[in-house]
Ligand binder design. Structure first.
Ligand code: HEM
Length: 456
């Protein structure tokens, strides 16, 4: 028999605000505490008229993610900010429209394409390091954001974002402005409350974001137009998207290309920057792991610049990245909406509710990870990976909507970390811990200041 959903355990809501204030104070701790206190299915009131259910069994993750498209939708269209910035691109679209776009975009992420992008990744890492001075304190998050943005600019648009000769600083600046405005609004709990108002409010933040997006749109449409006229494969993602044809021979419209380009730019640069920033932060606090990493890099690379072919020979480098994404998952929760009532562990979750799965909660679960709060890259042995139940560790999601850029991201993170850690080791610049900001991604709120000590 299915239990009524009113019986689902959860923290007591207060009038009007539900559980929003508790969550707003520290969403990560709130989700973790709820899962530990109330069990694998927790009911939360985070939106007016729509309950949220936090699920934390691996079977729940499997059920929800593999049935997205059939029993669940992403429901992002109700999110005004994401819709304004990303339009109807791969992250936000649904159903048959999404499927077509995914099929058209997939070839841009084939292994041989990524191999081509790898050379750009390594070269841009070297260019970044050339600007670092011996033993100085740096905000490594700012460095990683800039470097991954340059890499996306080059691999996506074939534009060198920071080469003043190309006159393309405008793209970088506009992207940056949109991004900052978007993060500022996204992290706000007040925004979640205002989302319940059924029309866009004339708030200054909304107007600023809209103006920035309009400016960026003009630039992106300009690039697309010029590239259409040029009609040649430059080896970048945009070339692939421009060439992509459906079975009936139709390609993407200008608007679809704009939405996909914007989506890939945003989805593809901050996530990887976060992984690298948190990795350097963890290494600075765990010098022994840093030494094992440096020894692997010295042994395998013998001082050379890392290349795509080196990646399989860098297992510890990859373990460091996996462990960093376990503790600091760049996407810390995934949300879905059931299209019909579904039954989970005997509870009925109604159509239209929000179902939340949290990498933060699952990746730190003591049932699955020994000493779960500690940074221990050596846990990622082949036997451990084999024994880890499926759908416990899912930094890139799973099912049909799994990250299309996971191969791109792992290649980029490995090559950048190898380049950086080959030349530098890190020490905390002061005794302060970095502040986690669980916005749409898990970012360091005030950056990450580390002393970069030159090794070679
Ligand atoms: C470490 C870096 C990254 C992480 C942790 C990450 C994580 C994720 C996750 C969890 C999802 C699924 C979201 C959901 O199911 O609701 C996703 C989707 C997506 N990611 Fe990534 N991502 C990363 C890098 C990238 C890169 C480099 C790109 C592109 C260049 C990219 C493009 C996308 C796109 C387009 C989607 C939507 C796919 C679809 O629905 O068909 N991501 N990513």
């Amino acid at each position: 028999m299915t239990t009524s959903n009113t019986n689902v355990p959860g923290p007591k809501p207060i009038p009007v605000l539900g559980n929003l204030l508790e969550m707003g104070a520290n969403p990560l701790r709130f989700f973790e505490t709820c899962a530990r206190t109330y069990g694998p299915v927790v009911k939360l009131e985070l939106e007016k008229g729509r309950d949220t259910y936090l699920l934390s069994r691996p079977e729940h993750v499997q059920f929800v993610l593999t049935n997205t498209q059939k029993l669940f939708v992403k429901g992002y269209q109700r999110d005004r900010i994401l819709s304004l910035v990303l339009g109807n691109g791969l992250v936000t679209s649904e159903g048959s429209f999404w499927l077509r776009q995914r099929r058209l975009s997939q070839p841009a992420f084939h292994q041989h394409r990524i191999e081509g992008y790898a050379a750009v990744m390594s070269a841009y890492a070297q260019r970044m390091l050339a600007g670092w001075r011996k033993d100085e304190v740096r905000d490594v998050h700012a460095d990683m954001m800039r470097c991954t943005m340059e890499i996306v600019g080059k691999t996506l648009f074939d534009v060198d974002l920071y080469d003043p000769g190309e006159g393309s600083n405008e793209v970088a600046e506009s992207m940056d402005r949109v991004f900052r405005e978007y993060v500022k609004q996204y992290a706000s709990v007040v925004r979640r409350l205002l989302e319940t108002v059924p029309f866009p409010l004339p708030l200054p933040g909304n107007a600023r974001l809209k103006r920035s997006v309009e400016k960026l749109d003009r630039i992106v449409y300009g690039i697309i137009e010029r590239r259409r006229e040029e009609n040649r494969d430059r080896g970048d993602l945009l070339s692939m998207l421009l060439q992509a044809r459906d079975d009936d021979g139709t390609g993407m419209t200008g608007e679809q290309l704009r939405d996909e380009a914007m989506t890939l730019f945003l989805a593809g640069h901050e996530t990887t920057a976060n992984v690298l920033s948190w990795t350097l932060y963890a290494l600075a606090r765990h010098p022994a792991a840093g030494e094992v990493l440096a020894a692997e890099l010295d042994r395998v690379l013998e001082g050379r610049e890392p290349a795509f072919a080196d990646i399989p020979r860098l297992p510890y480098t990859q373990a460091v990245i996996k462990e960093s994404m376990r503790l600091y998952p760049p996407v810390w929760f995934i949300s879905r909406e059931p299209v019909e009532d579904v039954s989970i562990d005997g509870y009925r979750l109604p159509a239209g509710c929000e179902v939340a799965l949290s990498q933060w909660v699952m990746h730190r679960h003591p049932d699955h990870f020994a000493d779960p709060q500690s940074f221990r890259p050596d846990r990622w042995s082949p036997s451990f990976e084999k024994s880890l139940p499926a759908y416990v560790y899912f930094p890139f999601g799973a099912g049909p909507r799994v990250c299309i850029g996971s191969g791109f991201a792992m290649t980029e993170a490995t090559l950048l970390l190898a380049s950086i850690a080959q030349t530098y080791r890190f020490e905390p610049a002061d005794g302060r811990e970095a502040v986690l900001e669980p916005s749409i991604t898990l970012r360091p709120r005030y950056g990450i200041r580390l002393r970069a000590i030159r090794r070679r």
